[in-house]
Design a protein around this ligand. Structure first.
Ligand code: NAD
Length: 353
């Protein structure tokens, strides 16, 4: 199994190192894993001028899965848009046709106090946000800043065709079949025609899944319900822009974005696995970043791309054990627990494995 490793920028290399050490444990036990490292994001821009260089495209296309740290940082914020690190991220998602982003938001009982919401509102939370990743306003044309009638005009286009909506619908319904069998589709059909089509197609897709209950919610209400009563949701399915925002909101319900993995899959379960957070330039290089989201992303990789549920569970249980033992990185630290750095947290997970 070939893994393309993209550490990226900021805390990316630090957290990736821990995930790789965890995977080394499995390799040491005989699992056939091959790693090939490549550049993505700001580091790639510095070295080649492109955030997703050709050499990286080759490694990523030939791999069975891609493991990514994070990209971006203030150093590259002033670059022209096509050279920005985040373009590398959009580029690789599009190139590998990774249209389905799966982001679980699970609250570990030990971290109930880390949430800014009352423990009774979030304790036991387990939702899965399924976000469409290769369409919508992030990719729609026409786009750009032009001058019209002497004024600068900014323009982006929100567009979905029915096939794009249908395939993400199937992913969401199939995920729900393995969970609590409820899908809530998020749209803004009272204002946006694109999302009227989204709702119509979701209703059509739901006919294939009579065991799953489909409901609909407008995105503004969904943002509110996520903080009012988040446990009402099982699977939420939504488009690229709404999903971007709602999945960050959902991740904060759990107390730390440093805990949450994500998977982006193509039609054949080839996937890109990455933590839900960014490159955290404010703490980069200090050895304090939480590596657990990246380690849990490696677990998702074993589950979805390598079909190895047992090993995925082993990693997830090791993480639970470490949290239960009271170790915490700074982002999830609270009174009465022991503050540790990135490397120590990785050591603890490996020991628990
Ligand atoms: P961020 O997620 O990097 O950081 C937000 C806050 O969370 C910061 O205070 C940071 O210190 C903290 N944080 C994030 N991950 C953490 C971890 N593992 N452990 C401990 N604390 C953690 O978001 P941002 O500050 O909005 O963005 C910073 C850069 O990352 C920007 O350049 C942005 O474009 C980029 N970004 C990249 C990705 C990605 O690579 N997938 C996603 C989002 C943002």
């Amino acid at each position: 199994m070939k893994i393309c490793v993209l550490p990226g920028d900021g805390i990316g290399p630090e957290i990736m190192a821990e995930a790789l050490r965890v995977l080394e444990v499995f390799r040491g036990e005989g699992m056939k894993l091959e790693f090939e490292e490549a550049l993505l994001g700001g580091g790639a821009v510095d070295a080649t001028g492109s955030p997703y260089p050709e050499a990286t495209q080759k490694v990523a296309r030939e791999a069975d899965a891609v493991l990514l740290g994070a990209v971006g940082g203030p150093k590259w914020d002033a670059l022209p848009r096509p050279q920005r690190p985040e373009r590398g991220l959009l580029g690789i998602r599009k190139d590998l046709n990774l249209f389905a982003n799966l982001r679980p938001a699970i609250l570990y009982p030990e971290l109930a106090n880390a949430s800014t919401l009352k423990p009774e509102v979030v304790a036991g939370l387990d939702i899965l946000i399924v976000r469409e990743l290769t369409g919508c306003i992030y990719f729609g044309e026409p786009r750009g800043i032009t001058t019209e009638d002497g004024k600068r005009v900014g323009r982006n286009t929100m567009v979905y065709n029915e096939d794009e909506i249908r395939r993400i619908g199937h992913v969401a319904f199939q995920a729900a079949q393995k969970r609590a069998k409820r899908v809530c589709s998020i749209d803004k059909m009272n204002v946006l025609e694109t999302t009227q089509l989204w709702r119509d197609v979701m209703i059509e897709v739901s006919k294939n899944y009579p065991d799953v209950e489909l409901s609909h919610m407008l995105v503004d209400n969904a943002a509110m319900q996520l903080v009012r009563a988040p446990k009402q949701f099982d699977v939420m399915v939504t488009g690229n822009m709404f999903g971007d925002i709602l999945s960050d909101e959902a991740s904060m319900l759990t107390g730390s974005i440093g805990m949450l993995p994500s998977a982006s899959l193509d039609a054949n379960n080839k996937g890109l696995y990455e933590p839900s957070h960014g490159s955290a330039p404010d703490i980069a290089g200090k050895g304090v970043a939480n590596p657990l989201a990246t380690i849990l992303s490696a677990a998702m990789m074993l589950r979805y791309s390598f079909n190895n549920e047992a090993s995925a569970l082993r990693i997830e249980n090791a993480v639970k054990k470490v949290l239960a033992s009271g170790l915490r990185t700074g982002d999830i630290w609270e009174e009465g627990t022991k503050r540790v750095g990135t490397r120590e947290m990785g050591d603890a997970v490996i020991a628990a494995l």
